[in-house]
Design a protein around this ligand. Structure first.
Ligand code: GUN
Ligand code: ZN
Length: 431
């Protein structure tokens, strides 16, 4: 049994801060005890001190210990083409995303990119992600293998895409089904890994492929469904033409049994009241991707509408349409989207959507998202020192909320001093 103790300021959330002030918990002089990669104790240092029992104690004198960030939607093969200016989603996909993804037929490309991508996630304080690979089986295998080696909680899957896409990045309904099944058998539940059946979106899968995606979900309880929903107006029109029998976009996924509590839909920008109500009722997760939605000019996410429908919302980078892997940078843009929607988002809420809220969106909140004893010890040390502007603002902040807000608006990977996965340090910022 290994036991470690940490002493410093600690912040985490026990619930949605909009539901009541008790959700946000701060220990100015806090203690965290980690046992075999899990949280054993959290509280005021004075209270947990008797439980340390000689375990090595690390002091965090600057900054905060917070739960690891959770990115609810990101494409690892797109790290080579982010910052590519498309006119809108469908043009951007065919001009940049699809060509970049074609390289992932090669195992060595997939393996090298997986290493780079996970290094970057850790440097940005992201300890769990729900990730799009490409349609190539080897791309998902490479990411699973790399995450497994790092003992990281990660969910991914090979993309299903059998129509309206170039041959080099397409599968067929049958090969997509068979390869997904093989990947589920080999990787789902191994270490901290999980599988997500990943039809790219309604435009790039035939009815047969979506039907088989539904079958995969049915045959493997516990796996996830990960796709895009209602991001762009041209996309909506094309979906309507392709599925004239469906009253709206969400109905396409409903038709094939893909609207489940284990499903996560990225974007959800242009949903009708009926779609919001059905999505909320389905209990699916929603990935809010502000940097991507602004970059591609796709639209402004309506957090209030999502929450009124009972939607579970987590933040997501959506790189490469998103412009940063930092969930702090993502909070910054999420706040601005809220301003344009006349919806003020608190600092606590921004952190909630990157930690416990995201864990709830992915239905992983029994394992990660905060420091409830028994959960996995994924956490960060956030510290303002490496950013002079933030450090100056931070030194004048008097409340925890002010400090967290400054971090969300001014912070990026430089504010991540250390990252821990299952109690093991996996990143330390260069001095
Ligand atoms: N819709 C279908 N594929 C994609 C993608 O790769 N990125 C984004 N942002 N939207 C999509
Ligand atoms: Zn995406």
């Amino acid at each position: 049994m290994t036991r470690q103790a940490f002493r410093g300021a600690i912040f985490h959330l026990l619930g949605d801060p909009d539901q009541g002030p008790a959700a946000a918990v701060v220990y100015e002089d806090g203690g965290l005890i980690v046992e075999d990669g899990h949280i054993a104790e959290v509280g005021s240092f004075i209270d947990i001190q008797p439980q340390i029992n000689g375990a090595p104690l690390q002091r965090v004198t600057d900054g905060f210990i917070v739960p690891g960030f959770i990115d609810c939607h990101v494409h690892f093969p797109q790290v080579d083409m982010l910052a590519s200016p498309g006119t809108h989603l469908l043009h951007w996909l065919s001009a940049y995303a699809f060509p970049a993804e074609s390289r992932f037929a090669h195992e060595d490309v997939a393996a090298e990119t997986a290493r780079f991508f996970l290094d970057q996630l850790f440097a940005n304080g992201t300890t769990t992600a729900l990730v799009f690979a490409t349609a190539h089986k080897v791309s998902a295998e490479a990411l699973f293998a790399e995450a497994f080696q790092r003992n990281m909680r990660l969910v991914t899957g090979k993309v299903l895409m059998d129509v309206n896409a170039p041959a080099g990045i397409s599968d067929t309904a049958e090969t997509g089904y068979m390869e997904s099944r093989a990947l589920i058998r080999d990787w789902h539940g191994k270490g901290r890994l999980g599988y997500a059946v990943t039809p790219r979106f309604a435009l790039t899968s035939s009815e047969r492929q979506l039907e088989l995606a539904g079958r995969l979900l049915h045959e493997h309880p516990g796996i996830k469904l990960h796709t895009h929903l209602s991001e762009n107006h041209e996309e909506l029109e094309a979906v309507h033409k392709l599925y004239p029998d469906c009253p709206d976009y969400f109905a396409v996924y409903e038709k094939f049994g893909l609207a489940t509590p284990q499903s996560v839909f990225a974007h959800c920008l242009h949903l009708s009241p009926s779609e919001w109500a059905r999505l909320g009722k389905a209990g699916s997760g929603i990935a809010f991707c502000p940097t991507s939605n602004l970059f591609l000019g796709s639209g402004l996410f309506h957090l209030a509408a999502a929450e009124a429908a009972g939607g579970r919302v987590g933040l997501a980078s959506d790189v490469g349409a998103g412009t940063s892997l930092s969930l702090l940078a993502t909070m910054n843009e999420a706040y601005k989207v809220g301003q344009l929607r006349r919806h003020r988002t608190s600092a606590f809420k921004l952190f909630y959507m990157a930690t416990l809220g995201a864990a709830r969106a992915l239905r992983l909140d029994d394992k990660i998202g905060n420091f409830t004893p028994g959960k996995e010890a994924d956490f960060l040390v956030l510290d303002a020192k490496a950013l002079p502007l933030l450090a100056r603002r931070w030194s004048r902040a008097t409340t925890i909320e002010e400090k967290l807000f400054a971090l969300a608006i001014l912070g990026d990977d430089r504010a991540v001093a250390e990252t821990y996965v299952a109690g093991r340090r996996v990143h330390k910022r260069d001095k």
